[in-house]
Design a protein around this ligand. Structure first.
Ligand SMILES: [Zn+2]
Ligand SMILES: [Zn+2]
Length: 559
């Protein structure tokens, strides 16, 4: 038995003892032992009782428990407490932000025995009255529960991409003559994927179906009608739809767009579409130009498609440089020179914007004024050395709690451009967050608003903002909004790209790279930018070196 599962069981024992109001000293000593075992640099398994007792922080009675656990796989005391506790209550102790004491109150005073009931109770405002709770705690628990529920079985696009391509290749190996493509959320470049849908068109639907039903491509394979479902090793749900080749494009269309989109198009295609030989034909019949898969969300683009005015979406080759990146000067892994050479030689870009953290970001080795000046000297030196390439002197300035930037004006003036981002005190209501951002946007030194909500997909919701007010302020102050390309962020959310573009705001696809390989995240930023409808004429880093130099200089003159 490894140390981790032993530590986990000890921790659970201490929590259950606390839940059942056991002896506080005993609870503390077992919790300490759990911590200790977890951190030991060697395995405890195989150690004799005498040896265990000698380990600092474990003690006699816990050593006996560990021995029992290693011999029998459990501990009588733990089993006894588990028997007295509903499984849902044990589960609630794993919810972030509520310890055994609060769970005891929820269980004993409110009679709540699982997460579902707890969620319901929050909606009914029942927690507010209980001892040790208040509106704030209730709101926090509510949020965590909502989040747990939402993230169940969901994956980031980037976590799915390689697996999806591998599966497509395997299917092409099985059906070399077949028509095979991804559909659903993945084909629409959704930032979160809950199911991977693949359409397989083959000469004989029945044979394809039975071949797949009996294959070991997926775990937990289930076959029903013409759908084969199962899971990938990482737990991702997969659905393979088998059709005859002649129905392939019709099925691919139906499986790709969201329900609203598919319904709206089919309604417009007056007569039924019989075995279309391409998806383009379906849109032609509906009286509009072809809508690319990533835009097939609801009816957003229908009007434009009918008038033949869909944007030409930005492509990877349009990107000429990369802004907002970190080096060893703050929390990056590579030096400025290494980052620059990678951009020039591997990615064939024309420029790199360095934006290390500012002085308040002490946890990320934020730059003091003195170090800012040193870095700028290094960049001047490198720029003399590098041919046909430019490093811009930027900074990722923290937006402080009052909305101000992190350096005095005379230092801010020295940068070519400034990305302003919030990194600390993320707990804010919408009003506070919005006014904090707007204050920073109104600062004449701010060039780009960085990751506008601070969200981390599937793990942190981000502070709430009034999107319209923030975007309007960017329009009024000519501040560019970042599409942070880190697959965990993808912030500004694509649902707001159109509003920003309509208001005249420019967007910038920024990898926020902390190492060379981080630049490759621009791929994910590009996909969501396309999903948002971005075109190259409004993307800051699609500007050539000459053009972007002019933009930065203009901003300086205005200040
Ligand atoms: Zn940041
Ligand atoms: Zn950053």
């Amino acid at each position: 038995m490894e140390n981790k599962p032993i530590a986990r069981k000890l921790r659970l024992l201490s929590q259950l003892m606390e839940l059942h109001e056991g002896n506080p000293f005993k609870i503390k000593s077992i919790a300490n032992a759990a911590f200790k075992v977890d951190k030991l640099p060697y395995p405890v398994s195989g150690k004799s009782l005498a040896e265990l007792e000698k380990i600092d922080g474990i003690g006699k009675s816990t050593a006996a428990k560990v021995t029992e656990l290693m011999k029998t796989g459990t501990m009588a005391e733990l089993q006894d407490l588990l028997d007295q506790t509903p499984a849902g209550v044990v589960e609630m102790m794993g919810i972030k932000g509520i310890g055994p004491k609060k769970v005891a109150t929820i269980w004993r005073e409110l009679g709540i025995e699982n997460q579902g009931e707890l969620y319901y109770a929050c909606n009914e405002n029942r927690l507010v009255e209980a001892k040790g709770f208040g509106l704030k705690t209730q709101d926090e628990i509510h949020k965590v529960l909502e989040f747990n529920m939402a993230s169940h079985g969901k994956f980031l696009f980037a976590q799915v991409e390689a697996e999806a391509n591998k599966l497509i290749d395997q299917l092409k190996g099985i059906f070399p003559e077949g028509l095979i493509d991804c559909a659903g959320e993945f084909r629409r470049y959704c930032e979160i994927i809950s199911k991977l849908i693949i359409v397989v068109g083959s000469r004989d639907q029945e044979i394809a179906f039975s071949t797949l039903s009996q294959s070991d491509l997926l775990a937990d394979i289930k076959a029903e009608a013409n759908h084969v479902t199962g899971k990938l090793e990482n737990g991702l749900n997969v659905e393979i739809v088998c059709v005859e080749k002649r129905f392939f494009f019709q099925e691919l269309f139906v499986q790709t767009g969201d329900d609203e989109h598919v319904k709206a198009i089919l309604q417009r295609a007056a007569d039924t579409i019989d075995q279309p030989t391409s998806e383009e034909l379906i849109y032609t019949k509906a009286g509009m130009e072809f809508i690319r898969p990533e835009l097939r969300e609801g009816t957003t683009w229908l009007e434009k498609a009918e008038r033949n005015t869909l944007p030409t979406l930005i492509s990877y080759h349009d990107l000429k440089g990369t802004l907002h990146n970190h080096s060893t000067w703050s929390d990056g892994i590579n030096t400025v020179e290494e980052m620059a050479l990678y951009c020039r030689d591997e990615l064939k870009l024309e420029y790199l914007g360095m934006c290390d953290h500012s002085k308040s970001a002490f946890y990320a080795k934020g730059l003091s004024i003195e170090r800012v000046l040193q870095q700028q000297e290094e960049i001047d030196h490198l720029n003399k050395k590098l041919n046909d390439f430019q490093i811009f002197k930027g900074i990722e300035s923290d937006i402080l709690y009052d909305g101000s930037l992190d350096y005095p004006d005379e230092i801010l003036q020295r940068f070519d451009f400034i990305v302003a981002s919030v990194h600390s005190i993320l707990k804010m209501d919408e009003e506070k967050a919005t006014s904090r951002l707007i204050k920073a946007i109104e600062n004449p030194h701010t060039t780009i608003l960085g990751h506008p909500t601070g969200r981390l997909l599937l793990s942190r919701k981000g502070y709430p903002i009034d999107y319209k007010k923030v975007i309007d302020a960017c329009a009024a102050n000519k501040v560019i909004i970042e599409i942070n390309a880190n697959p965990l962020r993808l912030d500004l959310d694509w649902r707001w790209h159109q509003y920003a573009l309509e208001k005249g705001v420019w967007l910038s696809i920024n990898p926020d790279a902390h190492r060379k390989e981080g630049f490759l995240d621009m791929h994910y930023g590009l996909l969501v930018a396309r999903k948002g409808g971005l075109y190259k004429e409004r993307c800051l880093n699609a500007l050539s070196l000459q053009e972007i130099t002019a933009v930065f200089n203009q901003k300086k003159v205005n200040n």
